[in-house]
Design a protein around this ligand. Structure first.
Ligand code: UDX
Length: 439
């Protein structure tokens, strides 16, 4: 089998590499010449655990190729996956120009039956737009070639993307063509470890499944953040409440951790987009509107606590910040709560000394610039800082030497935005600490 994957972002590159690893011939295509050159030389455009080894191994074997030439790549391909970006437009709806541009180009160059499967997260009805774009290109050429459109949303978590691809909970395929169904079945056979994990459905339902999944997960988080804030007010401990409710299998113990708000490339964008879709159809998704509002407010919770402790005016103060990326094991800074926290601290007159195991380069280049001092390690960030803020729960922050920190910090105060520290223990060591949803 041969496939083309268009777009070498998280989804495209991980999918392409994983497909090639089970023996499928894969061409990953991108318009970015520099990115393609880099990949040919073993340079990954993103940080994702395990990706470099996987890509390089399969590139060397010849099963995985990189190209900027879509026209050439799709020749002989059974499937062309569209995995390009869908940035949010000004109004919050997903911008489809890249997706439809690829569809048009496929129509311009295809010479045989091909399944065009969309992996990018796209609003319901995009499948039809993709079909129309391919058809229009074929008509312009004056040819009539058979093709099928499919929706194959991806449920990869950054930091665990390869594992998620190789061992998926489910594989959702929206399709309305029997031959395409057969091809997709063959393609995904190696990834169905036990039982039948392929779920076939119509195209709009598959498109909706992706939004509904992410919206449900975002809802769990905002719900828990709301409960956490109330716990503080009434004198309850959200860690206990979380355990108490998580043991009910209908609720489940995952994705109910309160924190400083969700970030990343998916949840914020997808929640906004589904709310927007609702509006377009004259329907108000009230729960999801609230999910977004709660999340925006949650990004300010840590600074509110800092101001409550030190006073509104933080001028002359310095804060050590551990973690910048929106979650551990990634250098992704998109919608990272750290950015909001930094801006708020600076606006209140404070200085920030930050450390993140991998995201500092990305933060400096595109999100934070020189607004903060970047430190060589976690302890360095704490030298003469007035307090420590834990923003992203990287493993290396979990068991620091409190003895050393006690000497480095000016005040023994910790603001734990992810509830990873044992507050009783910290108290014994003479530290004052604040968590989320705990007193
Ligand atoms: C998510 C989905 O999990 C994935 O299925 C989809 O394909 C893309 O979006 P990702 O954005 O990589 O993946 O990160 P995820 O691990 O889901 O975390 C999202 C955000 O939620 C992070 O900011 C994380 O810190 C936050 N989160 C997660 C919480 O605040 N509490 C939790 O209990 C879980």
């Amino acid at each position: 089998m041969k496939i083309t994957v268009v777009g070498t972002g998280y989804v495209g590159l991980v999918s392409g590499a994983c497909f090639s690893d089970v023996g499928i011939e894969v061409v990953c295509v991108d318009i970015d010449q520099k990115k393609i050159e880099g990949l040919r030389n073993g340079i990954m455009p993103i940080y994702e655990p395990g990706l470099e080894g996987l890509v390089n191994r399969n590139y060397k074997s010849g099963r995985l190729q990189f190209s900027t030439n879509l026209a050439e790549a799709i020749q002989g391909s059974d499937v062309a996956f569209i995995a390009v970006g869908t940035p949010p437009g000004e109004d919050g709806s997903a911008d489809l120009k890249f997706v439809l541009g690829v569809a048009e180009e496929i129509g311009r160059h295809m010479t045989d039956y091909i399944v065009v499967a969309t992996k990018s997260t796209v609003p319901v009805t995009t499948g039809e737009k993709v079909r129309a774009a391919i058809k229009a290109s074929l008509e312009k050429r004056g040819v009539d070639l058979p093709f099928a459109v499919a929706s194959n949303p991806e449920f990869l978590k950054e930091g665990a993307a390869i594992e998620d691809f190789l061992k998926p909970d489910r594989i959702v395929i929206g399709v309305d063509d029997e031959k395409a169904e057969e091809i997709m079945k063959r393609l995904y056979k190696p990834f169905q470890l036990s039982g039948d994990r392929l779920i076939y459905m119509d195209i709009p339902s598959a498109e909706m499944t992706k939004y509904a999944s992410n919206a449900m997960l975002a809802t769990k988080i905002s719900f828990m953040n709301d409960i956490a804030n109330l716990c503080e007010l009434v004198g309850a401990n959200v860690n206990m409440v979380r355990k108490g409710i998580g043991t009910d299998q209908r609720i489940g113990n995952k994705f109910i951790y309160p924190g400083v708000g969700y970030g990343g490339s998916c949840f914020p964008k997808d929640v906004k987009a589904i709310v927007k879709t609702g509006k377009q159809y004259g329907y108000e998704l009230k729960v999801l509107q609230a999910v977004e509002e709660v999340n925006e407010a949650q990004k300010h919770v840590l600074v509110n606590k800092i101001k409550k402790h030190f006073g509104e005016d933080l001028s002359g103060m310095t804060f050590a910040m551990w973690g910048l990326s929106f979650k551990p094991n990634t250098d992704d800074m998109r919608e990272a709560p750290a950015v909001v926290i930094i801006e708020e601290l600076i606006a209140a007159g404070a200085k920030v000394k930050a450390y993140d195991p991998v995201a500092m380069k990305e933060a400096k280049a595109h999100y934070v610039g020189d607004k903060v001092t970047y430190c060589k390690d976690a302890y360095d960030a704490c030298v003469d800082a007035d307090a420590l803020l834990l923003v992203t729960e990287w493993s290396e922050f979990r068991i620091p030497s409190w003895e050393v920190l006690g000497k480095l910090l000016t005040n023994k105060v910790v603001f734990d935005g992810r509830n990873i520290y044992d507050r009783e223990y910290l108290k014994e060591l003479g530290f004052q600490s604040y968590g989320i949803g705990v007193n």
